[in-house]
Design a protein around this ligand. Structure first.
Ligand SMILES: [Zn+2]
Ligand SMILES: [Zn+2]
Length: 368
């Protein structure tokens, strides 16, 4: 069994081998071996921009639940690999076969399509997320917790001038919220909607609903106080701390006893799933946005007796990203108030702790 230090050295050698004689170095947050932990800031070779690629200098990369799952080996990963999949930056080099991209352009990066087959029915229909051969940046291939990344030009989205690179770094989770709220769930004006779970996905869903003028109630647990406060600032009609009153009682209060029209389950928690199903009206809509990460007790008869419509929403398509750029350009949804900390990647432990302790909305990290 190699020691951790040996594995780290091996990682540096392997990353070096991949980049054919490059000598410039950069610091990166690397998952250097399989298993729980095995993450650290290491010095690796800078990636080389191939003829069909674009090199981007990362400005900010958001820390996400997925990164924490990779740290604890609860999400599929392929070490050695640089973590981080929510990033934006500036184009610094363009491969000789690439047209339509210029150095100096600010871009948001769609890392999830780094490796796909391009030929299966899902790739062809745009739902690349279901491609059996997919590997995303930050767990499947090198991601954004580093100074530089190289990508295909079709993974890049030019950022509108009114958008900061901090906000652009929220593109990846925002796109997932856009798919859930505007593409896969038929929310109608006049509806009363519950978002259960005030983490960053829940708050991004809230922002879209508020921008569309939909009355939205946000529910959270006992330790969600700060995030429920943020929900009120972001335009929630009301917040519910389920440790103090049940979601069913709250639904009665806010809908004249009818029940919520739509529920977005963003907590990935059994109690939240049950609360959403119980507080929906007959023929209501339920969308699963959170990941439970384990099997749960599920009151399926609620679905039968109330004739509910259930769907899940995972990831997004390239079309969602096109729509997102239009939403950004219209400037109706602001995201800068989602960022509660900006840290250098050398302080990654602090960032991970802030997320795990629910002390932050979104933590961004920047290269060193
Ligand atoms: Zn993410
Ligand atoms: Zn495919």
């Amino acid at each position: 069994m190699p020691t951790k230090t040996e594995l780290k050295h091996r990682t540096v050698r392997e990353v070096r081998k991949n980049s054919e004689g490059a000598s410039a170095k950069m610091k990166a947050l690397v998952k250097f071996a399989p298993g729980d932990g095995n993450v650290d800031v290491l010095e690796v070779d800078e990636p080389i921009c191939g003829p069909n690629q674009v090199k981007v200098e990362v400005a900010y990369c958001g820390l996400c639940g997925t990164d924490i799952h990779v740290l604890h080996d609860k999400f599929r990963n392929f070490p050695p690999v640089i973590l981080g999949h929510e990033f934006a930056g500036t184009v610094v080099e363009v491969g000789r076969n690439v047209s339509g991209v210029r150095t100096g352009e600010k871009v948001a990066c769609l890392g999830a399509t780094a490796v796909t087959c391009g030929r299966c029915p899902y790739c062809i229909s745009g739902y690349f997320i279901f491609c059996a051969n997919r590997r995303g940046m930050g767990h499947g291939v090198n991601g954004g917790f580093a100074r530089y990344v190289v990508m295909r030009p079709d993974q890049l989205y030019r950022v509108p001038p009114n958008l900061s690179l901090e906000e652009a770094a929220l593109s990846e989770p925002f796109a997932a919220a856009i798919q859930a709220v505007t593409e896969l769930t038929e929310v109608r004006s006049g509806d009363t909607v519950v978002v259960s779970g005030p983490g960053s996905m829940g708050l991004l869903c809230l922002k879209l609903l508020v921008a569309a003028g939909v009355k939205t109630i946000v529910a959270g647990a006992a330790d969600d106080d700060r995030r429920l406060e943020a929900a009120l600032q972001f335009g929630a009609a009301a917040v519910v701390n389920v440790a103090e009153r049940s979601l069913v009682d709250a639904a009665g209060e806010y809908t004249d006893g009818l029940g919520f029209d739509v529920a977005f389950e963003c907590a990935g928690h059994e109690d939240s799933v049950r609360g959403c199903l119980q507080s929906l009206r007959p023929m209501g809509l339920y969308t699963q946005v959170g990941i439970c990460g384990r099997e749960i007790q599920f009151p399926i008869d609620q679905v039968f007796f109330k004739q509910l419509k259930l769907t899940g929403s995972v990831c997004y398509t390239a079309e969602t990203w096109d729509r997102m750029m239009k939403i950004f350009a219209q400037g109706r949804v602001r995201l800068d108030d989602m960022v509660s900390a900006k840290l250098p990647i050398s302080e990654w432990r602090k960032g991970f702790d802030l997320c795990m302790e629910k002390k932050a909305l979104k933590v961004l990290m920047y290269p060193i």
